[in-house]
Design a protein. Structure first.
Lengths: 254, 254, 254, 254
């Protein structure tokens, strides 16, 4: 087997280096969020970027035990009390397009919109308008817009205010606000959700679309571990019961 | 089904609260590491504690693609290129007593040693001595001590220096240094490893033993996501080959 | 890296062999259950053993969507509709000591009881009596006995009848019936459950204790795949909601 | 929370029913493979169908420890020796489009080809020809055709011979042989692989495309459990080492 190649981390008997930075130097002078950026982008963040990413990770860490990822982790812990890893991993497995995955899909849309504007000499607003028109025509949902509970998500405004304060705001935020406005005109009020805000900020920091999913997972695992810890401490195994209604073929008499 | 109960997070149409803190307030004024402590301990860390936990999380994030968790994540991505969640979860599943799990086992030993000292009016050093003698008698390994590569782990000294600088050092660090010294006398030089240092610091911050495993997972997921991202970007599916030597019963002729 | 060694399967450009049997020969003349025994024990089962193992695997495949493994798989599919593997794996992760894992624990008890009888020249009944007395003294539950719903599990009698018909019954079944009787005398009526019956039969077929867990997983994955298939076909993403009652510290005003 | 609905299995204090069949009746008179068909299709197979599905499940169960699913399961067990479920689940997570997933993609192509023939009044051969031409034009690979090791897969002929013997062969097999012939003419010799044969047979038994993936998982879990059992029995934790070549930015001096 040929050696694997990697540009992320290396170690020998005397030390460990992450993207070329000696690990104890990182440990002494940097935050975990710095290390997350370094691992993914190969560079340390500016202070403003660090503050933004801290806010993004906090914003997705946890909003309640009933979210699919948290509930899946707890349910796995309910049957299998012998493996912390198994419960946390089960929670991660519930993360997909419908839960936590809209950020990366939205980052693809942002990248497409920004590229479209550049290619055709359009304003970002005009590009957003075209992409909304296409979504209407193809009857597809726009990622990053819309809420289950019909109200404004306070995390969105908080993130965008911070992005402006820290001068991190770029074409991602411009595009997402333009998308929200164009969708309002063409469809109905569809306020931006946390996935859309996360996507805009990660785009403006230079992340590629899959990072929307990777960083959601990093933030959410902080919450998943706390949920599983509480399940172990407060609850008995097998405590979760579901009412199930069988509507299949009736029992046969054989 | 009765409602689930939780003391971690709650949300309604107007906001989200983590351990009673409004989420946008956390996002504006705190770091991700603060939120991790809040989620797990129900309180925010002191600046010194935050710095220590940042260092711990960086210290376990990644030290190379060949570690079982990183390699498992990459291997899953090699066969299944359609699910980021699946690859990261596979990596988490490789974390156990032999990889990333020694911290929580070591925290149990620390708790036992500190309780023994309190109960019998012993010094921490005398308690450590007794626990080393017991391990020798029972032929059991001491968690938190010893290296595969026979040298000092630079992360240990860095963490303990920071703990002293920040006044976070407590009975956990005292116990682990006493354990290391007693093991040296009774067995052989067994320098403390990262699991032992992590255990000492988490103990001194007030975490219970399972947190050793939970926080290893939180830190390592930062590395796992970067490893999977690199696998997607640089490598083709199915690229990982193993040489396998079959030594079972020979093919039958039927 | 040294080659991995294995005695299970090998292949080259002309064929595949499982435990020395050419795979197309197995495909033409044997059942899947035969192959499961061959993979695990290195030999094909007798017709009676095959029938027993078929019954065991059917017996654990599925008993309803609300079991932790099935519910965990569905819940993961509810958030992540893009990966069949992820949903099935999440279901597997809910299998542990409290759900599906009692069989292997019970097989350890059987092995201990049978060894105790041999070592001390006791009858199986006397050995069972001693192990019940120990469990009472140590306040430990006896694996394989007792039901959540207080009634006789019809699968137990069916399996034991078949074992007798097929002459597969051995010391495992004798021990489990003796354990049930001794527990009845010393504690209360604790009818044998499916884990206990599975353990007895697998012991009598020559499986070691971990097989209790491995074969539960093999049988249950048949059910998990059907549950996930139904979730995909009949239900929308994100359809599973939980009522959650927050009882933590009240929201702060900051 | 509303009750979940299901048509698969139900149970009460007196019994368990799968698709309306009482479970002990299934256990007494049927095979595990019968139960797999019943769980997925809601009906028991004919004797010929049972024989075919047994052959399919054996055919995908295992062909060596180095396959991504088997290697991922072993690697997880190498770091985490405390959870059988975790290791098996990790192996399942390596199953995707590139490993074990081609069957379901191929079933979609068969369904498309058969529908195309019916809609346009074409022969199956003409429909296969059109779909090969489209794949050539779109530069897409044809699922179910082609081998890594350039030779005929003996499992394919074995399955098709049995399908003819048992009168299970239908439009799925006709289509796949036509696809293979059309690809040979238009591209190059691309002998059918096990995924293509599995797809043809499952199509002819009435399974829908996702079943290609579900049934691969059911078969492969038999092998994964045996691989993990062997890893536990023969190997030490942490035994798997990888050579890793770091080619990132060189260590900095700070």
């Amino acid at each position: 087997m040929e050696p694997w190649r990697t540009a992320i981390a290396t170690s020998n008997a005397t030390g460990i280096w992450i993207r070329g930075h000696e690990i104890t130097s990182l440990m002494r002078g940097h935050t975990f969020t710095d290390a997350i950026v370094l691992l993914h982008l190969g560079r340390l963040p500016s202070p403003g970027e660090r503050r933004l990413l801290d806010a993004v990770l906090i914003g997705v860490a946890d909003h309640g035990a009933g979210a699919p990822s948290c509930a899946t982790a707890r349910l796995a812990a309910s049957g299998n009390r012998q493996s912390i890893s198994a419960a946390v991993a089960a929670g991660v497995l519930a993360i997909g397009d419908d839960h936590g995955g809209a950020g990366s899909n939205c980052m693809e849309l942002i990248a497409e919109g920004v590229a479209l504007a550049a290619r055709d000499g359009l304003s970002i607003e005009a590009a957003a308008e075209q992409l909304v028109a296409r979504a209407v025509r193809d009857k597809r949902r726009l990622p990053g817009l819309g809420h289950r509970v019909h109200s404004t998500d306070p995390r969105v405004q908080a993130l965008f205010d911070m992005a402006r304060e820290e001068n991190v705001a770029g074409s991602g935020i411009v595009f997402m606000r333009a998308l929200e406005a164009a969708a309002h005109r063409a469809i109905k009020p569809l306020p931006m959700n946390i996935d859309g805000a996360l996507a805009a900020i990660l785009h403006d920091m230079g992340f590629t679309p899959p990072a929307g999913r990777f960083l959601f997972i990093v933030g959410r695992v902080a919450g998943l571990t706390a949920e599983v810890a509480e399940e172990y401490e407060r609850e008995k195994p097998m405590r979760i019961k579901f009412d199930v209604h069988y509507d299949g073929v009736p029992p046969r008499t054989e």
